[in-house]
Structures are given as C-alpha cells and as structure tokens.
Design a protein around this ligand. Structure first.
Ligand SMILES: [Fe+2]
Length: 288
C-alpha cells in the first residue's frame, strides 16, 4: 500500500526495499501464518474467485510457515514475471507505483500478533502475501496490476491519485466478481479477512453494485470497517479492458469538480446486484 508524507527508514534501500529476514521469524510467527492460512483456505472455496484458488498453490512452498520471498518470487516469476519484495510498511505513492509498473509487489515483512488476529491497522505479511499474491499468478490480473502502477505514474501528473486510489480500493482490495455460480470475492482486503469474507458476500447490509469506472472514482470508502458498498466486475479481462487500457486523462478532467458519492449512497443508474440495508453500519453508528 502507498501513503504520503512518510520518511524512508534507516536500512531501507533507495527503492524502500529491505531484506525479508526469513530466518528471523519465530516459531510462533510461523504458526500464526499457518493458523491464518488454514482458516482462510478452508473457508474460501465456494466464496472466492476460482482464479484465486488456482493461484493459492503458489503459496504452498517447500518451507513451512511464512513464505520465503526468494522462493515465492522464483515461482511467481515463472508464472507471470512478478516478484515479491519486502518493505518496512507503507511506502510513498511514487515508490509504490514504480514497483508495480515493474512487476514487483511490495509486502510488509511482519506478521500480526494473536491479539491482532482479526483487526489490523497496517497490512501485515498475511494480508499482503495471502491476500494479493495468488491473483498475481493469474496472467490477466498480473497485467492489470502492472497497468495500475503505470496508471499511477500518469495520475500523479494529473493530480488524480486520489481518484485512481479508489479504483485500487474497490477492485484490488475490496472487489467482487460475477461468475456463473454467483458472486465471488477477489479483493485482498476481503480474502485475507475472515469476517469480511462472509460479510461481503452474504450479509444484507452492504450494496453490491455493478462496476462503473466513473462512478467508482467518485465514491468515498471506509478505511476503518467493513465496506458499505462493493463493486462487482464481470471478469478480470473486462476489468483490464474497461480500465487500464483506457486513457484516464479525459475522465479525470470530466470528473474534476464533481461531488463525491458517500460510501453507502445509491444512484438511479446503478446496476444493482443487491440493495443493502446498511443495518451493520447503522448499528455501529448507534454504538459509536
Ligand atoms: Fe492490500
């Protein structure tokens, strides 16, 4: 993930990478990975996009526990030409985009503690690797992620990073996909979360809205809780075609000055897969 206004920590290279330090993980840290991995791998069949399940095997490496990035990158490189590199946490936007544009996925190297099992502020290695890497083994999604990095470099010139970040949020992190067997999850923020894997698909609260690039780029999102709206793509090919093979410059100019759409708001033209009750968000608002 990217962030603004952060300073490169001591020991990080110019491109912000650090050694993963695989040998330094404790048995408890490896056990935490295994626990999270087993819990999600058991729950995801029937809920997650088939492309994700297919890519999941890429994480079953020769060593137990937390994947060793060297071995993982070797496999990923063979599949789609991607690598995984460690960074100290959030990195600046330009660094993030540059890595993606060069088919390098940046990952934190720390893992959550047992107290943080279901809630984390900063993405850990489980989110970054379990959540993101399986789809990087899919050639179409792999191209989408690279194109996103290139799009980020262009968005910076248009002062439109916030708009483009919404595309990342509502696809790469919290996307749903329509399949012949019904809706499935694929966003890393969902698939790496036990609670949201169920909520995003089954709960009556959130809206599930057909993907619409311009609409999505105007939609604010929740960073502190489950999403109030999810956007549903038809296929990864369609996502790639509709978005990153498109010139965003005219879209950014069209959207300049338009009002933002609230996370829960619905518009008359929305293609609804389901209209949410927002009961969950309302119950949280009452107790806040
Ligand atoms: Fe992420």
């Amino acid at each position: 993930m990217a962030d603004k206004d952060i300073v490169r920590p001591e020991g990080a290279a110019e491109d912000w990478t650090i050694p993963q330090g695989w040998d330094r993980y404790s048995p408890a840290e490896h056990a935490m990975w295994d626990r999270l991995f087993d819990r999600q791998a058991r729950m995801l069949p029937g809920r997650v996009a088939p492309e994700f399940l297919k890519g999941l095997d890429i994480l079953r490496l020769s060593k137990p526990g937390i994947p060793d990035f060297d071995e993982l990158s070797e496999r990923l490189m063979k599949a789609t030409g991607w690598q995984v590199v460690a960074v100290p946490g959030l990195v600046p936007d330009d660094v993030f985009f540059d890595h993606l544009a060069n088919r390098r996925f940046v990952s934190g190297n720390f893992i959550r503690t047992p107290e943080q099992l279901d809630y984390l502020q900063e993405p850990d290695i489980f989110h970054d690797v379990f959540g993101h890497v399986p789809l990087l083994a899919n050639p179409v999604f792999a191209d989408y992620m690279q194109a996103y990095g290139q799009g980020g470099q262009r968005a910076a010139q248009h002062g439109a990073i916030d708009r483009l970040a919404r595309l990342y949020w509502y696809t790469v992190e919290f996307g749903l996909i329509n399949t012949v067997e019904g809706l499935r999850i694929y966003g890393a923020g969902i698939v790496s979360s036990y609670g949201e894997s169920v909520f995003a698909l089954d709960d009556a609260s959130p809206n599930r809205i057909g993907f619409d690039l311009r609409r999505l780029m105007r939609t604010r999102y929740r960073i502190d809780d489950y999403q109030q709206s999810y956007f549903v793509i038809d296929s990864f090919e369609d996502l790639l075609d509709q978005t990153l093979r498109t010139d965003f410059a005219p879209i950014y100019s069209d959207l300049a000055g338009t009002a933002d759409i609230a996370p829960e708001e619905l518009l008359p033209d929305d293609q609804l897969h389901s209209r949410g009750t927002q009961a969950y968000a309302l119950s949280k608002a009452e107790t806040a």
